[in-house]
Design a protein around this ligand. Structure first.
Ligand SMILES: Cc1cc2nc3c(=O)[nH]c(=O)nc-3n(C[C@H](O)[C@H](O)[C@H](O)COP(=O)(O)O)c2cc1C
Length: 185
C-alpha cells in the first residue's frame, strides 16, 4: 500500500484536556505527513475497530498507572471481538503494515515516569496481540489540574502549564516523522 493510502485514526480519552491537546497535535502531525486521520473521543469510537487501521493512535491519561476505565473497556471489547474473529493467534505473528502509536499523559506526582509506563505497556499489548507493531510509546508530562501540590511538589517538580506549546510542537513533529517513515513494514 502506498504511503498516502494509509488509513489512520486518533482515538483518545481526556478528562481535564491534557490528552486532548496531545491528540490534536498527533492529528496535525499525521496531516503534515499527508494523511487524513479520523479523530474521535473514545466515547464516540464504539464501532471503531483498530484492526481496520494501518496506523492507529491511542491516547489517554494515566489513572493509577493504568488506562482509565473507558479506555480499558474499549480495548477489552475489541479484544473479545478479535478473539472471536481469530485475530489473536498463538505467537502473535506480525501483520505487515499495521502500526500503533500509544501516547499517555501523566503527572508523575509520586514515582514519576513509572506511573505512566505500565499504562502504556498494557494498552500496547492489545495491539501486539493482533500482530501490530507498536511503533512508538510516548509518555507526556502534564499538569495535574485541580491538585496544586501534585503539580508543584511531585517527583517531576513544577509541571504547571505542561504540556507547553513547545511540547505540543515536538509531538506534532515526532508524529510527522513517524508517519512519514512507515512503509509496508
Ligand atoms: C483519578 C486520577 C488518577 C490519576 N492517577 C495518576 C497516576 O497514577 N499517575 C500519574 O502520573 N498521574 C495521575 N493522574 C494525573 C493525570 O494522569 C494527568 O494529569 C493527565 O495528564 C490528565 O489527563 P487529561 O487532562 O487528558 O484528563 C491522575 C489523575 C486523576 C484525575
Amino acid at each position: 500500500m502506498g504511503l498516502m493510502g494509509l488509513k489512520t485514526a486518533v482515538v483518545y480519552w481526556s478528562n481535564t484536556g491534557n490528552t486532548k491537546k496531545v491528540a490534536e497535535a498527533v492529528k496535525q502531525g499525521l496531516e503534515d505527513a499527508g494523511h487524513e486521520p479520523t479523530i474521535l473521543r473514545v466515547e464516540e469510537a464504539e464501532g471503531v475497530d483498530y484492526a481496520d487501521y494501518d496506523l492507529f493512535c491511542l491516547g489517554f491519561p494515566s489513572y493509577e498507572w493504568h488506562t482509565p476505565k473507558p479506555v480499558t473497556d474499549y480495548l477489552r471489547r475489541n479484544l473479545v471481538k478479535h478473539r472471536k474473529m481469530g485475530l489473536v493467534k498463538t505467537g502473535s505473528p506480525r501483520v505487515p503494515g499495521k502500526h500503533a502509536l500509544i501516547f499517555c499523559t501523566y503527572s508523575g506526582p509520586h514515582t514519576g515516569l513509572n506511573e505512566a509506563t505500565p499504562a502504556v505497556k498494557y494498552a500496547g499489548q492489545f495491539f501486539e496481540h493482533i500482530g501490530f507493531d507498536v511503533a512508538a510509546e510516548w509518555c507526556i508530562l502534564a499538569e495535574f489540574h485541580g491538585w496544586e501540590e501534585g503539580s508543584t511538589k511531585g517527583r517531576m517538580g513544577d509541571i504547571r502549564g505542561k504540556p507547553t506549546e513547545e511540547d505540543l510542537e515536538k509531538v506534532r513533529e515526532d508524529t510527522r516523522r513517524l508517519a512519514s517513515s512507515l512503509r509496508d513494514t
